[in-house]
Design a protein around this ligand. Structure first.
Ligand code: ADE
Length: 259
């Protein structure tokens, strides 16, 4: 996967890449990241990339010409790549969006600054708009890093543990189960016995149940879209019988149908 990043501040992006999982993915040729300074496509002698908004008001707007020129140069002699604008107005990034974008061979990521980009960029150049949440940051550089890392983690071979991404929260639709490491007892707080039992089947079942309990408690909205398999139904019946957690109606109907 190739990432071409268009930014006015490449120096913000470089150090994080070098210290992150992306660096290893670059070395292992799983991804390639090229940073481009938009200023290199500004034509006037001051290399201007922004200007005041028509109609007045505060703030500056990124000019269309350097952005169009940069993208057109990057698209020369290649199949057209998605052009992703990082903006709080975009589709909110989640596991599904990252998975979809992880299937492309190459993408151009445009990092906005100031009040945003000239609307003609959004309308006539950009193919995808992505937000990392309902808050406004000073630029698209951090969001671009978030997007690239989320995608990189999903690419085969990028994580040391081949199942790492599959177990992550959201990957199976549920939040991840709780983790414990040594010491087995810390300040009188022990580790659940099952985790030290050596019984892998029982451990997996316990983890599945914990993932369900967590998701039901913290993110019941996620439960709405999950496909249940036989193990899910088994642990959900158990949770239902224990009576400590109220299951959503939709789930009750499914597990009752199985009874
Ligand atoms: N640029 C500024 N804020 C942003 C956000 N929340 N997501 C994506 N890009 C942004």
């Amino acid at each position: 996967m190739e990432f071409e990043i268009l930014t006015l501040f490449p120096e913000i992006i470089t150090p994080y890449i070098q210290a992150s999982i992306m660096q290893r993915a670059i070395i292992n040729k799983i991804i390639k990241i090229t940073l481009h300074n938009l200023r290199d496509w500004a034509v006037d002698k001051h290399h201007t990339t922004d200007d005041t908004p028509f109609g007045g008001g505060g703030g500056m707007v990124m000019k269309p010409e350097p952005i169009f020129s940069a993208v057109e140069d990057l698209q020369k002699e290649t199949d057209p790549s998605p052009i992703v604008l990082m903006t709080p107005q975009g589709r909110q990034l989640d596991h599904t969006a990252a998975l979809e974008l992880s299937n492309v061979k190459r993408m151009i990521i445009l990092c906005g600054r100031y009040e945003g980009v000239d609307e003609r960029v959004r309308k006539h150049l950009v193919t995808h708009e992505i937000s990392i949440g309902d808050y406004v940051l000073s630029g698209g550089e951090l969001p671009a890093l978030v997007l690239m890392e989320a995608i990189t983690r999903l690419l085969p071979g990028a994580l040391g543990d081949p199942n790492g991404a599959a177990d992550d929260s959201f990957a199976g639709g549920l939040l991840e189960y709780p983790h414990f490491t040594r010491p087995a007892v810390f300040r009188d707080w022990g580790v659940p016995d099952i985790l030290t039992s050596g019984n892998h089947k029982a451990v997996n079942r316990w983890r599945k149940k914990q993932a369900w309990l967590r998701t039901l408690a913290k993110r019941p909205d996620l439960v709405e879209v999950i496909q249940l398999n036989a193990v899910d139904i088994e642990v959900l019946k158990e949770i239902d019988q224990e009576g400590e957690m109220i299951l959503p109606e939709k789930i009750k109907i499914i597990i009752r149908g199985e009874r």
